[in-house]
Design a binder for this molecule. Sequence first.
Ligand SMILES: Cc1cc2nc3c(=O)[nH]c(=O)nc-3n(C[C@H](O)[C@H](O)[C@H](O)COP(=O)(O)OP(=O)(O)OC[C@H]3O[C@@H](n4cnc5c(N)ncnc54)[C@H](O)[C@@H]3O)c2cc1C
Length: 494
Amino acid sequence: MSKPRIGIIGAGVAGLACSARLAHRGYEVHVFEANEFPGGKINRIQLGPYQFDRGPSVLTGLNYLEEVFDFCGEPFEFPLVQTQNSFRYFFPDGIRLQLGTNPEDIAAEIAIKLGEDRRNVSRYLRKAESNYRHIAPLFIEKSLHRKRSLIGKKLIKALVRLPWYKLARTMHTENQARFRNPKTVQVFDRFASYNGSHPYRAPAMLNMISHLEMNEIPFLPAGGMIQVTNALYELAKNKGVQFHFKERVRHILLDQDRCNGLETSKGNYSFDAVVSNMDVSYTYERLLDSKFAPHKVLDQELSSSAVVFYWGIRTKFDQLDLHNIFFGDSYQKEFDTIFAQQAVQNDPTIYVNVTSKYITGDAPDGCDNWFVMINSPVDNGQDWEKEVAETRTRILERLSNELGESIEDLIEVEQVLTPPMIDRIYAGKSGSIYGNASNSKYAAFYRHPNFSKNIQRLYFAGVSVHPGGGIPLALNSARLACEFLENDLISVTS
Ligand SMILES: Cc1cc2nc3c(=O)[nH]c(=O)nc-3n(C[C@H](O)[C@H](O)[C@H](O)COP(=O)(O)OP(=O)(O)OC[C@H]3O[C@@H](n4cnc5c(N)ncnc54)[C@H](O)[C@@H]3O)c2cc1C
């Protein structure tokens, strides 16, 4: 009997993980990618002698990457760089915070610099860990959309341990109640931006994200984030996946309400099932008849986007580490401006990532590669040329003041990424980075499932569907999509 054929739309991290898993299970897998490179947002650019990871810079939940290799029966050889610190924070009044790589050091630093009770910070972090351990198996590792996948001991345990009151509170309300210094509150509120949400509206349950960065550490792959893509791409190729780069999918082909193939820019292909790693809203809008779109789920508020400057800097700054955050004055106003006014805040939080601190070769000797990112609204037709020019001026002013040198004079090479570019290059809806925002208490239940309820044999993997944004969650979505696909195909053939 011939192998069932699976078509995958998109070679983002979730598409790659799906392809390797399914090929390992014996399916004939074809991945169609509109770009000429794999990895989606996890790719690299070279500007003169400088190298930059173009998208993600913070890798957490490494176990989910390892899980893909375990599933495929392959060794997980993924060298990491031992970093000395996690994040360095710069507050506008000159206070600086250098967080270490274990919870005790982090609690001590916050106690010394921000006057918190060290034991209180430690308690908060232990609670974040325990919440994560109870919630992840239910909300991240399982689908919320098919009852039979939920039933089991883990569900009962999670339901008993779940802090339900955290659905009613916001991240900020909870953090404000737990800490005395507004700066500490701001440090912990920041984790809302890890899935593109507003800390004053996102449910307190998301405070558990701090566990991934403060109890565990953000990992830095030797060679940079692109190694996540390289590792999965090599795994998929070794399993026999066939890649079709620069081949955009134009339509999902249906036989009534069953998916049976893909029309691409180069021709038609028949498939037994299809997995879309493309943004779920765009999958319905662009590849299917709009009658299939589940509007209630899709028409939610979108997550934030970003403006990123890639700057080759012809000097080294000892004041900077790998991950640096320059907070603005009003965090609430910053997110209100993004979500309500759809504009970039005058005094935004600036994230500066400098991989050349640890990866020689990312910048010439005596130089640094700066990835400078601010949160922004999605593209709603704003004048981005103007927004970018103004934002660039403000960022340069702030960083020059903080670091004591005119940064503009030190920029050797430069490129920018804007929300319209995120839409154009990766087909992220209006430039949203994580699909829908988690700005309501029921957000987790409003994410699209990993399968289509209206079209048989169509599955979804990626940050715009369950369980949500970020690399670890995208990898979970890939596993869930594959499990649904296999279940459906096996139940038909057996
Ligand atoms: C600037 C930036 C910073 C980020 N920082 C972090 C971070 O630090 N940590 C973190 O965990 N996450 C971060 N993220 C989010 C991160 O990129 C995602 O979590 C993850 O990489 C998304 O993977 P994905 O598989 O969902 O999709 P994507 O990476 O979006 O891949 C989707 C792929 O589908 C392809 N495609 C779309 N439509 C079609 C079509 N019709 N035909 C063929 N191909 C198609 C696209 O070209 C793309 O390659 C960041 C994102 C950005 C933009």
